[in-house]
Design a protein around this ligand. Sequence first.
Ligand SMILES: Nc1ncnc2c1ncn2[C@@H]1O[C@H](COP(=O)(O)OP(=O)(O)OP(=O)(O)O)[C@@H](O)[C@H]1O
Length: 374
Amino acid sequence: MLHNSVAFFITRVRFISMFGLNKLFKKDNQLEQQIFSELAAYKSSVFPLGIESSWVEKIDIQGSIVKVTLNLPFAASGAAVFLREMLSSKFDKSIDVVINCLLPKAYKFKNIKHIVLVASGKGGVGKSTTAVNLARALQAQGGKVGVLDADIYGPSIPSLFSVMDEKPTTQDNQTLNPISKDGIKVQSIGFLVSPQDATVWRGPMASGALNQLLNETQWGELDYLIVDMPPGTGDIQLTMTQKVPASGALIVTTPQDLALLDAQKGIAMFNKVNLPILGLIENMSHFVCTHCGEKNHVFGKHGGEQLALRHAVPLLAAIPLNMEIRETSELGGCLSVEHANIFEHYAACAQTLSSMLYYQTLSAPTVDIVITDD
Ligand SMILES: Nc1ncnc2c1ncn2[C@@H]1O[C@H](COP(=O)(O)OP(=O)(O)OP(=O)(O)O)[C@@H](O)[C@H]1O
């Protein structure tokens, strides 16, 4: 019996060699190695150091059908589109790329891996709109996401997610369950106190409330918690910043001189408390004419770019002034579903942001952060 199977095996090997199939297997192996090399050499803002071989889960080659599966340690599943194009053009054949996002289990606070503050030097520049779309984009890229609305002057997150009438529930009378909207966990100061009451708060009260919302909400496991900060750079914002174990801050600005001056104050504020500034987002950066497609810089040109250069922080996105952004936001809709082309701006920003946060964690020492109420 054993003799028979050995004979069968030898015949099979001979048969394969005879028809040159072993060369075919070698060729597959060669292709696999070339794919590894191309991935390692591919550099972009999302992959500044290329794609590590340990991120390649598998390369499946079935004749002319090739599929590459990657497990990325950050939320950038949309990058599959570029990688697919790059590999297909290099090898002159269709190569499919699938990206799963598996962030390392390194927690910044409780079960939260990264906390990102979204701030602005002045009100009305689109900070909350940007925070919500960025949260949705991080989720679309494969992350588990929560949003904490700490804007005591005008908590607009409930309305931007269209959950104004909901109230967080409690199971133990000590902690609150956040509202879940489209898989995103939402908590807002607006669910708990009226805006009239909150606007007269002083720094310690506001930061105490933020602390409480952060600590006493059952967030579960999150990859990214986006915190919508109150606009401005005063005592309240400073005290709040000091109380949150954030990975960094994003500053939203418009291109007008006055907004840029205030954004500069925001940069100074975060520098004062040594919180890394992850980047600037220039909102309402330009307007694309719906008839002729021409780009108009309604509020000025290159302002965000110059500010970013001056302070050596990345300009992560230049979001257009766009009617669909305003309409969808005001109706609490989802831009990715309703206007996918405009949502691309936020998707690209989310990919770069999540990659930055990953590399930041690699280079930072790990410390346990304990928040107290004082
Ligand atoms: N890129 C954009 N294109 C068009 N409209 C926008 C854009 N970004 C924001 N808006 C609109 O601008 C208005 C202000 O936006 P938002 O409430 O997000 O600003 P904010 O900076 O958070 O304000 P506040 O300081 O009051 O919290 C909203 O009507 C919003 O829909």
